[in-house]
Ligand binder design. Structure first.
Ligand SMILES: [Zn+2]
Length: 320
């Protein structure tokens, strides 16, 4: 059987997020919206439209530990006997949520944001938004969490789904692929529009993983799959995933080239590059492009096309 899409309204990102339902042989919900009364009501209605209730759910399977995908998991387990399944890479975000958010925010505040050189009040706004996100999910009791391997196999809807680890948008992103029916539950790895990479804090003493280069590698992995239907984390299911992937890759490489041209023209800091690369946006909205821009810079650094150096307190980029 095909997974049944239940679309839930959220107040940011693309306006809605999908969960997917299998009703047989057991009731499995893939992803679980954000923590809000509106989302909960839509979930309850969506389940009822398919003849099931929250209490019937035996498993919630989480694709990646972002709040719009697991925000209601804690409430579901409180109102059912369900367990929550997530890859071992993502599990700490469910069971150890306050510590994970504290670590991410400390990394952004201390390490990631200051050398970017944006005004302090912009950095504060970024951290405030992050705090808001942290409140959009309940933790899940550890004894209700079951972990699976990021290269494992899940039984859902009477078939085996391959788990594939696809870092980029999230370090712990997994997608689920069903080879016989050629279906891909792609979560936020493959959407109709490229999702911004979310920078995860590195383990203590390590460097951060460059998210956009990882995303491109994961896109290439998705390209090798034989897929008839992509069931994405946001938006409607779609068919031609090769076309979607080529388009996204071309756009990323085009923007990367544009970024290099600007650096050659003497825009050497992120604030200067943001103003140029996102000139089509009003100045106060350009910061939303920060994560993609850091990604383009990561790609250029990885290619050896630019080097970075600290001048004063701010990172400058130079073409080589
Ligand atoms: Zn999402």
């Amino acid at each position: 059987m095909e997974p049944i899409r239940i679309e839930l309204t959220i107040g940011w990102s693309m306006g809605s997020v999908n969960c997917y339902l299998f009703t047989h042989p057991e009731v499995i919900l893939i992803d679980a919206g954000v923590k809000s009364e509106a989302c909960w009501a839509e979930l309850v209605d969506g389940l009822a439209a398919n003849g099931v209730a929250v209490g019937d759910i035996s498993r919630v399977v989480v694709t990646h530990p972002h709040v719009d995908h697991f925000g209601l998991a804690g409430r579901i387990v409180a109102e059912s006997d369900a367990t929550v399944w997530i890859s071992e890479l993502g599990a700490p975000w469910l069971t150890d949520m306050p510590a994970m958010w504290a670590a991410r925010m400390a990394y952004y505040r201390r390490d990631l944001l200051p050398p970017v050189g944006l005004p302090p009040k912009t950095n504060e706004a970024i951290l405030r938004d992050m705090k808001g996100l942290a409140a959009a999910a309940d933790p899940v009791p550890a004894e209700r969490v079951v972990t699976f391997r990021a290269d494992g196999l899940l039984q859902m809807g009477g078939r085996g789904w391959r788990v594939i680890h696809t870092p980029g948008h999230a370090a712990a992103q997994t997608v689920f692929y069903q080879p016989e029916t050629r279906q891909l539950l792609s979560a936020d790895m493959l959407l109709a529009v490229t999702p911004a990479p979310v920078i995860d804090h590195p383990a203590p003493g390590e460097k951060r993983a460059p998210a956009l280069p990882l995303f491109l590698r994961s896109l290439a992995a998705m390209e090798t799959l034989a897929v008839d239907t992509v069931h994405p984390g946001h938006g409607r299911p779609f068919g031609d995933h090769h076309e979607v992937i080529s388009r996204q890759r071309a756009r990323i490489l085009g923007r990367q080239a544009q970024c290099l041209d600007l650096i050659r023209d003497g825009r050497t800091t992120i604030p200067e590059l943001l103003d140029q690369m996102y000139a089509h946006q009003p100045p106060e909205s350009r910061v939303a492009g920060l994560w993609m821009l850091i990604g383009y810079l990561d790609l250029l650094l990885a290619d050896g096309a630019i080097v970075e150096e600290m001048l004063g307190d701010v990172t400058h980029y130079r073409a080589v």
